[in-house]
Design a protein around this ligand. Structure first.
Ligand SMILES: Cc1ncc(COP(=O)(O)O)c(C=O)c1O
Length: 406
């Protein structure tokens, strides 16, 4: 795309942003499967190491295939957002996984004595790092219900050691949402760093930078890749200087770098994000309506339904409530197991963000060994089923659910 052509449509940005003309005129970015990069002469090596000349040195530090993916996601997360009358500048660092991106975020911003304010229902790996891995390093977490802004402010006022607000919205598996704009404002007011996990929504449905968030992380493993072909993650920040210095140093020394093949898969997956999400979202709404009317179902958690407690929060900050939902079977644990076993087209697995419909039963799978009281705290009942609604034809998804429910 010519540098002076500014596309006005989200889908055009998803297709073209981040791409640079290949020196050998390949149409698509090549997979730069090279651990290291050569210097024309020793002086060039010196200039690159000293930062006087831009250029690649070693793939743990950066690679042209990563750069295209980083720039594409940065363009999508900042699309249409202005800051001080100029388009928002954002820098991304691609990682081996969502967890690697979260680790860089936390360790480049926090030190011993600092605290993180966050909410229940985080992704399990994020909760584990915050509550088990970081405390021996002197970084601890306060977990509260951040849907209640008074509780959030009370917690911040009570503890001067809180340095970061960390949110995930919508969150696992009850699809709870928190108010990004109100919480970002609170973070600004009290001098906190605000970070958001935007994995479930994707930048097509929700742009946390628009609401004042400082850092965004994604598990690109999910909807951004879109086909379940690679694990990956990204950390994006609106403080470009911080991203180029502290965050970059942390990322390259921790060594959780991406690899060129996975970056290539991610780049190509993202080109169809708008198309896929429109279909995912349309199907999810239809499934939510179908399940809500089914006699075997006690409850449907989908923010597109007006009765969901976070419906208005979701609609305020999201283009559409998304592709993830969960529902409770009246028949409990055994009913959940039986239902899962009867599925014929929809797939029994964890994870999300793929073209096919995926279902998991937390009580017999991801949360099998979690004590019952803990499960209840997180809204995980015995009959709860989590669903990533895919892009198959809607009549087939509903037919499969129907035969498994009846
Ligand atoms: C919301 C969310 N954030 C982060 C992660 C971690 O990402 P990864 O598995 O790519 O490390 C996941 C993984 O499922 C997730 O669902």
């Amino acid at each position: 795309m010519d540098k002076d052509f500014l596309p006005s449509g989200w889908g055009s940005v998803a297709v073209h942003a981040g791409h640079q003309q290949d020196p050998k005129y390949a149409h698509l970015v090549p997979i730069y499967a090279s651990s290291t990069f050569v210097f024309d002469e020793a002086e060039q090596g010196m200039r690159r190491f000293s930062g006087k000349e831009e250029g690649y040195i070693y793939s743990r530090w950066g690679n042209p295939t990563f750069t295209e993916a980083e720039n594409k996601i940065a363009a999508l997360e900042s699309f249409g957002i202005m800051e001080n009358s100029s388009p928002l500048q954002v820098k991304g660092i691609l990682h081996a996984s969502g967890m690697a991106a979260i680790t860089t975020l936390l360790l480049s911003n926090l030190k011993a004595g600092d605290k993180i304010l966050t909410h229940y229902s985080l992704y399990g790996g994020t909760e584990e790092i915050i509550t088990k891995v970081l405390p021996p390093l002197g970084i601890t977490a306060i977990i509260t219900d951040l849907r209640d802004l008074n509780k959030a402010e009370e917690a911040i006022k009570k503890d001067k050691a809180i340095r970061m607000l960390y949110i995930e919205t919508p969150a696992n598996p009850t699809i709870q949402c928190v108010d990004i704009e109100a919480l970002s404002k609170l973070a600004k007011q009290y001098g906190l760093i605000a970070a958001a996990d935007n994995t479930f929504a994707t930048p097509y449905l929700q742009q946390p930078f628009r609401f004042g968030i400082d850092f965004i992380i994604h598990s690109t493993t999910k909807f951004l890749n879109g086909h379940g072909t690679a694990i990956g993650g990204i950390l994006l920040g609106r403080d470009v200087e911080f991203m180029k210095t502290k965050a970059y140093t942390m990322a390259k020394t921790l060594g959780g770098n991406a690899n060129p093949f996975d970056a290539f898969l991610l780049i190509n997956g993202m080109k169809t994000l708008e198309l896929r999400m429109d279909r995912h979202c349309h199907n999810a709404m239809e499934v939510a309506k179908y399940l809500s009317a089914h006699i075997a179902i006690a409850k449907v958690n989908y923010t597109g339904l007006p009765e969901h407690p976070d419906h208005s929060t979701a609609m305020k900050q999201m283009r559409h409530p998304g592709a993830m939902l969960s529902f409770e079977l009246k028949s409990g644990l055994q009913g959940g197991i039986d239902f899962m076993n009867k599925l014929k087209m929809c797939v029994r697995t964890v994870s999300l963000g793929t073209c096919d419909t995926l279902l998991s039963h937390p009580a017999s799978m991801t949360h099998y060994s979690v004590p019952k009281e803990e499960k209840i705290k997180y809204g995980i009942t015995d009959g709860l089923i989590r669903m990533n609604v895919g892009i198959e034809n809607i009549q087939d998804i509903i037919a499969d659910l129907e035969q498994a429910l009846n």
